[in-house]
Design a protein around this ligand. Structure first.
Ligand code: PMP
Length: 360
């Protein structure tokens, strides 16, 4: 939709022009779904059990998700006021951007990065400033710093970057924060933090210890913890900044079921970490084998790999689909492939090797 005049009620022009959030394709039973960076493992029995015991669905949940906040506060050794829960980390992103932006304000982020960033920025009435990634698909923090103006209200740094995979290093991030105005919100989106194996990568929890009041760290139960369907994520940051996010939140959107499942997952963290290790090892193997076939796969630190297929992206994605592999193409740019079931690895490699010679 691009024209507000066809809509029977008055809709903001920028919303009329805004396509709804586009999800990775769903897959049929006979295909591997590698399009949404989900966890291929079934939920742990302990998590299923608490869901089955279930909390009363006739009652509203605790709007503050107090128990989960307490568990996370204990997990990270911070005061409970430094933890905020949302229906997925994407909803906290929206809250934060909304809390700081008025029309004409700017939100700076790298591009290409998570597709929700431009969309949330428009929803908040702000203007997105997209800073191109470097040639090796990393954040260009110098260029991002240079893009900050007196209208900038937030900078989003995504590490590991979805969809390309590289991390920002701790040293780079610290230097970046030190250069930024003290009252500028810096959102460190670490949705894939648990998969990171690079020892130099930024770690949001270290920033928390350093008490950087303008930095908010986002994490989620959707990826490493395998609860994407339950929609629960969290933010760690300064209590007053998190209060501002809470003020913009749609009330009661985190369900009681999400809260108990997240608490159960935290209790089973060691078991979940083992699975994360399996996925990280599978990712490294997949990335190395793809490089051997000639693909220039950038550093892969999430649960996905990036094929820089350029103009051939849509055609190559169809070749994957024909082989029963649902991947995520970004037209003109590349293809993101989630690390899925072990059996999918060989299949991905087979298709990737057969199409690499068609690249310009
Ligand atoms: N940040 C990034 C970088 C992501 O890739 C995603 C999910 N695709 C999210 C945030 C949101 O995750 P969720 O809302 O499920 O927590």
């Amino acid at each position: 939709m691009t024209d507000a005049s066809d809509i029977p009620v008055r809709v903001r022009a920028e919303i009329a022009a805004l396509p709804p959030y586009r999800q990775g394709r769903q897959a049929g039973a006979d295909a591997y779904k590698l399009s949404s960076n989900e966890n291929p493992f079934d939920p742990l029995p302990g998590v299923v059990e608490v869901l089955r015991e279930s909390v009363g669905v006739n009652r509203y949940p605790d709007a503050a998700a107090t128990l989960l906040r307490q568990r996370l506060a204990a997990r990270y050794d911070v005061d409970v006021s430094r933890v905020h829960i949302g229906a997925g980390s994407v909803s906290i992103l929206a809250q934060l951007v909304q809390a700081v932006s008025t029309p004409g304000d700017e939100v700076v982020y790298a591009w290409r990065s998570f597709e929700a960033y431009p969309w949330l920025t428009v929803l908040a009435g702000a203007t997105g400033v997209q800073v191109p990634l470097t040639r090796d698909a990393r954040h260009d923090l110098d260029a991002m710093a240079a893009a900050v103006t007196d209208r900038t209200r937030a900078v989003i740094v995504c590490s590991p970057n979805n969809p390309t995979g590289p991390v920002v290093s701790q040293a780079e991030f610290d230097a970046f924060v030190a250069r930024m105005p003290a009252d500028l919100l810096i959102i460190l989106d670490e949705a894939y933090a648990e998969f990171v194996t690079d020892p130099d990568a930024v770690d949001g929890t270290r920033i928390l210890a350093a008490e950087q009041p303008n930095v908010v760290v986002l994490r989620t139960f959707s990826k490493a913890f395998g609860l994407a369907g339950l929609r629960v994520g969290y933010a760690l940051g300064h209590p007053r900044v998190l209060d501002a996010a809470r003020s913009t939140a749609i009330p009661l959107s985190v369900t009681g079921q999400s809260e108990v499942a997240a608490i159960a997952s935290l209790q089973l963290e060691d078991e979940l970490r083992e699975r994360v290790g399996v996925i990280a090892e599978r990712r490294d193997r997949l990335a190395a084998a793809l490089r051997e076939t000639g693909w220039r796969v950038p550093q892969a630190q999430g649960n996905f790999v990036w094929l820089p297929a350029g103009e051939a992206s849509m055609t190559i994605a169809t070749a994957f689909e024909d082989a029963g592999l649902i991947v995520r193409p970004f037209d003109g740019d590349g293809i993101r492939i989630s690390v899925g079931e072990e059996e999918s690895v060989e299949k991905v490699l087979h298709v990737a090797a057969s199409v690499v010679r068609d690249l310009p």
